[in-house]
Design a binder for this molecule. Structure first.
Ligand SMILES: [Zn+2]
Length: 247
C-alpha cells in the first residue's frame, strides 16, 4: 500500500513516544501513515514478543495507521548490515512514502542509533535501480528525524495540541512497558525500567508541553532535518500570526 508518511522505530513504542501525535494528526488530515518496527522486542525487560506485537497492533489502531509491520531483526542487536538495509529498502519500495520518519542518530540505546543510520542509508539505496530487491526503485522526498532521549535543536515543531490525548492513549496501549495508574507501585520494582517508572508518562507530557510552548501551542513534537529548508515565499510562510514563544 502506498503511504504518505512511513515512520521507522527500533522497538514497538519508540514511534508513539517520539512522533505519535504527529502521526495521529496526519491520519486525521487524510494522509496515509504507517509504522515499521525493526525488532519484535524480545529482549525488553518487561513483556515478551507476543505481548508487544498485540500492544503494537492496538496502538496502530489508536493512531489510525494505514499500515503497521514488525520486522525480525534481533532486539538488542540492530546492526548496520547490508542484509538489514535490504529489509528496510523493501519496506520503502513497498510503501513509497513521501516522508520517512527516523530516530535521531544520537541516543542512549545502540539499537536506536543503528536504526537511525540504517533508515537514512536505506532511503538513499531504495532509489538505486540496481540495488537489492526485485521491486521498482523509489526514493522518498525527505528523511525527518524524531527526538528520543537526547535533545536536538529542532528544524520545526508540529503543533499536536488536538492529538496529544490520543497520543497518550496510544502509549498506554503498551501496558507491559509503562506504569498504569491501576498497577501497584513497588519500590524498587524488581523489573524497574526507566519507561516503567510511574512518572514517565508525566515526563512525556511535559516534553510535549515544552516543545509546544516553543511554537506558541499547548503541545508540540520536535523534528530535525539535515538539509536547509527551502522557502519560496517567506512572507506567506511566516504568515501573520505573531507567536508567543518560549525559547
Ligand atoms: Zn526503543
Amino acid at each position: 500500500m502506498t503511504l504518505d508518511v512511513l515512520a521507522f522505530g527500533a522497538h514497538a513504542d519508540d514511534v508513539e513516544l517520539s512522533c505519535g501525535g504527529t502521526l495521529i494528526k496526519l491520519a486525521r488530515m487524510g494522509y496515509k501513515t504507517g509504522v515499521v518496527v525493526l525488532t519484535r522486542g524480545e529482549t525488553g525487560t518487561r513483556g515478551n514478543a507476543e505481548i508487544r506485537a498485540r500492544e503494537f497492533a492496538k496502538a496502530a489502531g489508536l493512531m489510525g495507521l494505514a499500515a503497521h509491520k514488525m520486522l525480525d531483526i534481533p532486539d538488542g542487536r540492530v546492526e548496520v548490515t547490508w542484509e538489514n538495509k535490504l529489509k528496510i529498502v523493501a519496506e520503502i519500495r513497498a510503501h513509497k512514502p513521501r516522508i520517512v520518519l527516523a530516530p535521531y542518530w544520537v541516543d542512549r540505546h545502540p539499537d536506536h542509533e543503528n536504526a537511525s543510520q540504517l533508515v537514512r542509508a536505506s532511503v538513499y539505496l531504495a532509489g538505486l535501480k540496481k540495488v537489492g530487491t526485485e521491486q521498482e526503485a523509489f526514493r522518498p522526498v525527505k528523511v525527518v528525524f524524531c527526538q528520543g532521549r537526547f535533545e536536538f535543536a529542532p528544524s520545526f515543531v508540529v503543533d499536536i495540541t488536538d492529538a496529544q490525548s490520543e497520543k497518550m492513549n496510544a502509549i498506554r496501549a503498551y501496558a507491559s512497558q509503562f506504569h498504569l495508574a491501576d498497577q501497584p507501585v513497588f519500590t524498587p520494582a524488581p523489573d524497574e525500567t526507566l519507561v516503567g517508572r510511574p512518572e514517565f508518562l508525566t515526563i512525556i507530557e511535559a516534553r510535549d508541553r515544552r516543545y509546544g510552548a516553543r511554537v506558541g501551542a499547548k503541545y508540540g513534537e520536535p523534528f530535525l532535518v539535515r538539509e536547509a529548508l527551502k522557502v519560496d515565499d517567506p512572507v506567506a510562510f511566516f504568515g501573520s500570526e505573531y507567536l508567543w514563544t518560549i525559547p
